[in-house]
Structure formats: C-alpha cells, structure tokens
Design a protein around this ligand. Structure first.
Ligand code: SF4
Ligand code: SF4
Length: 372
C-alpha cells in the first residue's frame, strides 16, 4: 500500500481510502452486515487505514463501529461528516453529533467534515454557526481534524477555505473534471495553505470504467500502454503529489482487490507526458459525445421552477456520453429536487445562456430519457 502525508498534519494515510457509502448487499438488495464487516476488516488488514462514512450513509456508521471492534479501531482513522442537509435547529447540532459517536462506538472522530458544502447548504451552515460548534468539539477532544466536503464552484470553495483554519478538505476530481467545481485550481489553492486534500469521485461515479462508448474503447485499445480504465484514472490522480488520499467506494472483494493492486504499485505514482496526452485524448473524445455543452456558469439561474439547470444538464450529458450509466439516472432521480418534467418552457433561462443552449428542449429530452 502506498502512503502519503495528509497536508500539514503529522499523519500518514493510505493513499487509498475505503468509502463506506455502498456496502455489500445480499440477494434482496439489503445491506449484508457480515459481508460488510468482513470487507472492511480485509481492507484494514491489507493496509488501508482510512474509512470514510457519513450520517446519511445507510447503516454505515453502525457497521463501521462493529467492524472496528476486536483491535481494529487502533489501526484506522475514521472520517465522518456533519449532515447540513438534515440540520433544522440549534438542538440538532448536538443530537446529530452525539448520535454519530454512539453509532460508531467511539469518543473521538479522527477526521470530521462538514458534509456537502454548496451555496444553499453553506448559508445554512452559517445560519447555525456550525464552524464554531465543531471547533468547540475539536477543543473538547471529540474531533481530531476538521474539514469539509465540497460540491460547488471555485469562488465558493475559496471563500470556505479562507474562513477557517481547516486541516483538510474533500473535493471531486478526475481527469475528465479538471475544471469542474473546485477542480485542479481548488487542489492547488488548498494545498498552498497546507491543507490535506482528499479526492472523491475518482472514477466519476463509475462512469469512467463502465459502459465505455466504442469510440473511447478504440483509443484505449490502440494505446501503447495497456491498462484498465480504472488504472488510468487513478494514475492521473496518484501522480499528483498534492493529492493526500483517494476515496473509492468498495462493495465487494473483487473491487477491493483490484484497487489494492493499483495502490500498491509504485508505478501508479508516475505519469509520463505521453500518458497525460492519452488521457486528454480520451477526455476530449468523451466531451465530443456530449450533447449540450453547458459550462456550468449558472447564468441561466434562477429558474422559476427551481430546476438546477447546470446540474441537470450535467446528468443528461453523462447519460449520453457514457452510454446510459445507471449512476447518472440514480443521481438525477434521487439527488435533484426538481426534474426536466417540471419545466414549464418559459424560456427565461435561454436568453441568459452565453452558450445559447436550447435549455427547454434539453429539459424535455432529459424528462423522456430519465422518465421524470
Ligand atoms: S424554460 Fe424550463 S428550465 Fe428554463 S427557466 Fe423556464 S422552467 Fe426553468
Ligand atoms: S447559462 Fe447555459 S452554459 Fe451556463 S449553466 Fe446555464 S445552461 Fe449551462
């Protein structure tokens, strides 16, 4: 296992972190407790020393608590997150945090993150002064290191980084999304301040490894170096020394073993110029398959129907470019409060779009493709 120092902290973490969001399930689709515990213990036995969970991940905190009994607790760092989405009152802060300690069966959480910072949730975080609350928990010894996970644009990222002396943060990054959300710019900005940076979505929610379109597969097949799409995606991240740790959600032993092989090979840390070019060619090919070239600028907002237009177009583009990945449909359906079918075709957004995209038409197509 490759290890790396977490920013300014005197902590060495495995470069691969265990994401405990989608734990193993049984034949009926229910989380399999025994298999989950066995998988997490195998990960720890294999050198992974960072397990990531959240209040909102089904059963995850409780099962981690069980997996880390019998001497495993001392071998790993636990990362958990405060759910801004659930926060509704002052009292919630204390009750949610205490619930997390109870579920995990610990007195202190090593890495604690404000979960899913974006514009609306950041307002809520400020309203309830969540940073002061968590800073106090850190002073009381109930949190060791404080950070945040992020899903919005670079300007907000900079604002959040600058507001507090964070230990670390967690951002979405992969070779397709260099300039999306915080992006490479965010990685540079945070590391310049000494923060550790954890990467999520290294495989773009599985889109870079599943349902590969024939035009992309042809590039992989003709490449001088033969590697799996996952090896390429991880290589691009691992070769950047600013990355502290990469999270991968693992749901079975096969995934764990494939990841362990990649993260134990020192070659993963090296990338040549030719290999960078190959990845850019693949990224370009994916982009050429994208139907609506939305830049995510957000000028079209607000929509009177409260549709998150750039996010929705992102899912719809992924749906077309990555050959209908189930993850895009799942995220569109479950993570978006409003959908293409909510569009009333007022066209107010289109006048404001610098790319002149036919947004109302795209909404109709997305509604047809995703079924709502
Ligand atoms: S056309 Fe649809 S997406 Fe655009 S602003 Fe109107 S309701 Fe919103
Ligand atoms: S204004 Fe156009 S390019 Fe910008 S986010 Fe909206 S749809 Fe995308």
């Amino acid at each position: 296992m490759l290890y790396r120092k977490m920013g300014k902290l005197d902590v060495e973490v495995s470069l691969l972190g265990f994401g405990a969001m989608r734990l193993p399930v049984d034949s009926e689709g229910n989380i399999d407790d025994a298999a989950s515990i066995a998988l997490m213990r195998k990960a720890v036995d294999s050198g992974i020393n960072y397990i990531d969970t959240a209040f909102l991940y089904p059963k995850s905190e409780k099962l981690i608590g069980k997996a880390l009994q019998d001497g495993y607790r001392e071998k790993v760092y636990i990362a958990d997150k405060f759910p801004l989405a659930t926060l509704r009152s002052e009292e919630d802060k204390e009750s949610i945090f205490n619930k997390q300690l109870e579920r995990l069966g610990v007195e202190c959480i090593d890495f604690y993150l404000v979960h899913n910072v974006n514009k609306p949730l950041w307002k809520r975080a400020q309203k309830y002064d969540i940073i002061s609350f968590l800073d106090q928990k850190k002073k009381e010894g109930k949190i060791k290191y404080l950070g945040f996970s992020f899903h919005d644009d670079f300007d907000l990222f900079k604002e959040v980084v600058d507001i507090y002396d964070w230990d670390f943060c967690q951002i979405q990054l992969n070779y397709m999304d260099k300039n999306l959300q915080a992006g490479v710019k965010g990685l540079d900005y945070a590391t310049d301040k000494g923060m550790g940076v954890i990467i999520m979505e290294p495989l773009k929610g599985g889109r870079l490894t599943q349902n590969i379109p024939p035009a992309v597969q042809e590039i992989w097949d003709n490449a001088e170096d033969q590697k799996t799409p996952a090896q390429w995606a991880f290589k691009w991240l691992v070769s950047n020394p600013k990355v502290s740790l990469i999270l991968s959600g693992m749901s079975n032993e096969e995934q764990l073993e494939a990841n362990l092989a990649i993260f134990s090979d020192p070659d993963t840390e090296v990338i040549t110029e030719a290999q960078e070019e190959l990845l850019e060619t693949v990224a370009e090919k994916y982009r050429s398959l994208i139907k609506y070239s939305c830049t995510g600028c957000g000028y079209c907002l607000p929509c009177p129907q409260k549709i998150g237009i750039p996010t929705l177009l992102g899912y719809f583009n992924d749906w077309n470019a990555f050959d209908h990945p189930t993850s895009a449909k799942f995220e569109y359906t479950n993570w978006m409060p409003k959908h293409g079918s909510d569009c009333i075709e007022c066209h107010a957004c289109e006048d404001k779009c610098p790319q002149h995209l036919p947004i109302a038409q795209a909404m109709k197509e997305a509604a047809e493709a995703f079924g709502l």
